[in-house]
Design a protein around this ligand. Structure first.
Ligand code: ATP
Length: 347
């Protein structure tokens, strides 16, 4: 079992907190993404899980074993945590062939040559690298090098794998292919995976759950669908998916449906709160129509292939994003029908 438990974890650098109040549970075999803007603490959290750094406060367990406890000043070293690492920089041995890079950990563990070859060949086959086994890392593409890093994890049979922006150095087309390679790897190993990224599309495409981080805290830890459809706060509403956060008033909450006033017009809303005061308006919540109580003017129009992305400005001055199959010109006046967007409360 390699569930991961973080209990009131903090990390300070020279007295400045980089992580605060991190309490979270990652289930055995779960694929979790740590998502957030630069400097929010993603890599610091991963380093604490790996054992490269120790927490200033709090406690971390992997499976039944406590691996770090600030109160007792104890920390299990990385090599004793049975964890695999995949870095942006690949971290391969440049003077070893692909096969030896993969089998080296087994060599260190003292496995026989025959067993080393057996496990390394299986890992190379699983990552599509059999025909590259005798090449040196310098003679591989970025995607192939990252596959070597994965094969190396596979051969060590880790309980958990920590990945720090592993696709950041690859081009867009290769990223999509490599996402599938990671998903196949996850299915094959059933290892718990913690994947750091600042790319929300990547997190959405791969993770079972995403911990959205801001300023050293986890601000929402949920499935990709829940983060997109039901954000808890203004930061997540604005950071995950395209959308606009707008104030609402006079919310009426009822079993048969809830409503609130937006720009003076009553609209149906979805909510969990008793008195929501903000609304997250996604492009798909807005339909363009000829009439409608809400009116807006086209500020910008960008062709995305098959559809246009429009930035609209309402008569109150608010800017909204909408997609349309029909071309509209800058300055056009349009009517808007609002679907049933998500409303929430924040101080
Ligand atoms: P990025 O996406 O840019 O890699 P991140 O979310 O991974 O960012 P971290 O690298 O975890 O962010 O950094 C979190 C904060 O901690 C930052 O303000 C950073 O400057 C600070 N920090 C990280 N490591 C150290 C260190 N060794 N000494 C001092 N401050 C540090």
């Amino acid at each position: 079992m390699a569930d991961i438990t973080l209990n009131a974890v903090e990390k300070h650098f020279d007295g400045t907190p980089a992580l605060q109040a991190i309490t979270a549970q990652i289930e055995d075999g779960e694929f979790v993404a740590l998502l957030g803007p630069s400097g929010c603490g993603k890599s610091t959290l991963l380093r604490l899980l790996a054992g490269f750094d120790a927490p200033t406060r709090g406690q971390i367990s992997i499976g039944a074993r406590e691996v770090a406890n600030a109160a007792t000043n104890s920390s299990v070293p990385p090599e004793q945590r049975n964890i695999g690492f995949v870095f942006q920089s690949y971290a391969l041995w440049p003077h070893m062939t692909v096969r030896r890079n993969v089998s080296f950990a087994l060599e260190v563990r003292g496995l026989s040559k025959a067993d080393q070859a057996l496990h390394a060949d299986a890992a190379l086959e699983a990552t599509g690298l059999t025909s590259f086994a005798d090449r040196m890392p310098a003679d591989l593409s970025g995607g192939q090098r990252q596959r070597v890093a994965l094969a190396r994890c596979l051969v060590s049979d880790p309980e958990a794998v920590l990945l720090d922006e592993p696709l950041a150095n690859l081009d867009v087309a290769l990223r999509a292919t490599m996402q599938q390679v990671f998903l196949d790897f996850h299915q094959r190993t059933v290892a718990t995976m913690v994947y750091v990224t600042h790319d929300q599309a990547e997190a959405m495409a791969m993770a079972d759950r995403i911990a959205v981080m801001a300023e050293g805290r986890i601000v929402q830890f949920d499935t990709p669908e829940a983060l997109y459809n039901c954000p808890n706060n203004r930061f997540v509403a604005g950071f995950v998916g395209e959308g606009t956060v707008l104030p609402i008033c006079e919310a009426r909450i009822g079993d048969g449906g809830s409503s609130a006033r937006l720009f003076g017009v009553e609209i149906a809303v979805r909510t969990r709160d008793e008195q929501p005061n903000l609304l997250c308006l996604r492009p798909e919540d807005i339909t363009l129509c000829k009439t409608g109580d809400l009116r807006a003017r086209v500020l910008r129009s960008t062709y995305l292939g098959g559809r246009y992305r429009l930035t609209l400005q309402t008569s109150c001055g608010a800017e909204l994003l909408v997609t349309s199959r029909v071309r509209h010109s800058v300055g056009d006046q349009l009517g808007l029908a609002i679907g049933t967007p998500w409303a929430f409360y924040e101080d």
